[in-house]
Design a protein. Structure first.
Length: 366
């Protein structure tokens, strides 16, 4: 039997008095029509316009075919759709959906496509803090960095009770001879080592760095800027900083203690911590041999590495898995939490929250 199809149409926001319609009757086809929803999201928060305002354009207006706003929109939407390489835009510059997303459905000159190609976009990405003879588009790095935090603050109608900032340094592999290219032994490749700061799934900081550095480099300075900004907007917010052992630096911990910031930082196991935890690991080992199932014990010790200024609270997880022993440690200045309904002690309840990843994101006021 022949199928019966309804010819419904879905209308979106107009672009320069042109109707934008999603239909099912053929014609020019794009595989990225779903990206129109991204445009609606951008209209709600004004991301493209606000990001474009962080750039200075000293080109002559009468010679401009692609405005900074168009270039920014094209690049941002392209990355969101999975087109990370600039070479992709030599084809995308003719895509009708990309043109609608960028807000420019047609070219102003007959010899141009509606959108920019890879060379024009590359000049945008090579912009500097001050415009030059070539290129003439400059960027304001400080304004771009503030934008991420401003968007995060505006996403909350009221101040949260607590926020948790996750520090993370990870590899950005390189496949050419880019400036600042170094080989990183841990990641076994040539890469950059950018620093990221997240709150839950929301990006606050993305800071590009070479890989021949301490992973904690500049993390302390960035943390101070973030804490200052959050306390200006939300004076009563409780701030917790979390990171792996690469960020366990006593000067940063001391700054947090002096400024009322809580921290939960991984600390690499060492012979001293292993010796302190041997009794608890033996208990986990005994329970594992008796039951054949995973066993873990928590305890805390006062510990100071040789480079630290004083002892600090370290929570230890002594775990026995089928694969073998697993000792993990974190240093923290978090106060004890309230006992939980299960009857577990304060330390066990808090340790489970820390090691099981329950301390995440933003906690709202009840």
């Amino acid at each position: 039997m022949p199928t019966q199809c309804s010819a419904e149409q879905y209308e979106f926001s107009c672009v320069e008095r042109r109707r934008v319609v999603a239909a099912f009757d053929g014609g020019t086809v794009s595989s990225d029509a779903g990206a129109l929803l991204l445009k609606r999201a951008d209209e709600a928060i004004g991301l493209i316009d606000r990001l474009a305002s962080c750039f200075i354009d000293e080109r002559k207006p009468e010679w401009i075919e692609h405005t900074v706003r168009t270039l920014i929109g094209q690049r941002v939407f392209g990355i969101a759709l999975g087109y990370e390489d600039l070479s992709d835009h030599d084809h995308l510059r003719h895509d009708p959906v990309m043109a609608v997303l960028a807000g420019k459905p047609a070219a102003r000159r007959r010899d141009c496509a509606p959108l920019a190609g890879k060379s024009t976009l590359n000049r945008l990405e090579l912009s500097r803090p001050e415009p030059t003879r070539y290129p003439k588009i400059a960027d304001d790095p400080a304004a771009i960095e503030r934008l991420f935090v401003d968007l995060f603050l505006e996403a909350h109608k009221r101040a949260p009770e607590q926020i948790i900032l996750d520090l993370d340094a990870t590899d950005d592999p390189l496949h050419g001879h880019q400036e600042g290219r170094f080989f990183h032994g841990y990641y076994d490749c040539y890469c950059y080592l950018p620093l990221y700061v997240f709150c839950g799934d929301q990006l606050l900081v993305s800071y590009l760095r070479p890989s021949n550095i301490d992973p904690a480099l500049h993390a302390w300075a960035i943390l101070k800027l973030l804490v200052t900004r959050f306390r200006q907007a939300w004076p009563g917010v409780r701030i917790i900083v979390r990171g792996d052992s690469g960020f366990c630096r006593w000067k940063m911990m001391r700054w947090c203690e002096r400024h009322g910031v809580h921290y939960v930082l991984g600390i690499s196991r060492n012979p001293v911590l292993e010796r302190m935890s041997e009794g608890f690991m033996a208990l986990a080992e005994e329970a594992f041999l008796a039951t054949g199932t995973k066993q873990r014990n928590f305890h805390e010790v006062a510990y100071a590495a040789q480079t630290w200024d004083r002892e600090r609270r370290v929570i230890v997880k002594a775990e026995r898995l089928p694969e073998g022993r697993n000792l993990r440690c974190v240093v923290t200045n978090l106060e004890l939490v309230e006992p939980v309904d299960s009857g577990e002690g304060d330390l066990v309840a808090q340790a489970k929250r820390i090691f099981d990843g329950e301390l995440v994101g933003v906690e709202d006021i009840d």
